[in-house]
Design a protein around this ligand. Structure first.
Ligand code: ATP
Ligand code: MG
Length: 252
């Protein structure tokens, strides 16, 4: 099957420094791919290029076969981004936010209202739907952010740091929601600094260090990278692999 997300030597430089450096990756339909890396590794920049918000300096990237530079409108139709910062308006109610997002995506008022109602129900926000978002908890805001991204059932969903600021319970709920979306066929690329999150949620893992891919594969393959488990020792944890790959000079 064609990969839904595909990049080849994708690069973005700022002031002559490559912050995303020759990244080649593919993510197949319905997979959850975790982009793992420290602060400044280039995760957000990569996601911004894939969602047409930042122009690549060189290399190519496509979403569902559409090139991010030459076919940005098609890419935008297929994608949605839940950013690191909330995209909803604090002063509006949850319902009004969702109606607004659906209208911006081209729905008429009746259809936007109906879609908002469906999403509020699905994310357990119906009771709070009429309250301004500033009265919502962090977990409720994150759910609303996700709901806003789903007004048009995107083919590919980008989620930048899904669980920042969430407590364990809210994080579990969010993982459950994301998993259900992927099982229904949405391709998800999430960025995270939390190994636990990648481990719990991802089918595939890409580890970035200073803009470069230092490891990529299924979660099982990445764990095995640390070497064969020695007899008396536990299997290498994802954390062992991650710390090794991101802390030491890696020669290709
Ligand atoms: N518009 C910009 N102008 C200049 N430098 C930028 C710009 N955007 C990002 N950078 C730099 O690119 C590097 C990668 O940033 P990016 O936000 O992609 O990292 P990240 O992996 O998402 O980090 P975090 O985990 O902190 O969110 C950083 O050094 C950052 O300062
Ligand atoms: Mg970031």
């Amino acid at each position: 099957m064609d990969p839904t997300i595909c990049t080849q030597d994708l690069t973005r430089t700022y002031d002559g420094t490559a912050v995303v450096d020759s990244v080649t990756l593919t993510v197949r339909r319905g997979r959850v791919c975790a982009l793992l890396g420290h602060n400044g590794a280039g995760k957000t920049t990569l996601v911004r290029m894939l969602s047409t918000l930042t122009r690549p300096t060189s290399g190519i990237a496509s979403i569902a076969g559409h090139d991010v530079v030459t076919q940005p409108d098609a890419v935008r139709r297929h994608t949605a981004l839940v950013g690191q910062a909330a995209s909803v308006d604090e002063r509006l109610s949850g319902r009004d936010n969702l109606v607004l997002f659906a209208r911006l995506r081209g729905r008429d008022k009746a259809s936007a209202t109906a879609r908002a109602g469906e999403l509020l129900e699905r994310f357990g926000l119906s009771d709070a739907a009429g309250r301004p978002v500033r009265t919502y908890s962090g977990g409720m805001r994150r759910k609303l952010d996700l709901a806003a991204a789903l007004v048009d059932d995107p083919t590919v969903l980008f989620v930048d740091e899904p669980s920042t600021g969430l407590d364990r319970r809210a994080r579990r709920d969010l993982w459950h929601d994301l998993r259900a979306l992927a099982d229904a066929g949405t391709t998800i690329l999430l960025t995270t600094q939390h190994l636990e999150e990648a481990d719990a949620l991802a089918d595939d893992v890409v580890i970035l260090r200073q803009g470069r891919v230092v490891a990529a594969g299924t979660i099982g393959e990445i764990r095995r990278l640390a070497g064969e488990p020695r007899m008396e020792l536990r299997e290498p944890s994802l954390e062992d692999v991650y710390l090794t790959l991101t802390a030491t000079e890696v020669t290709a």
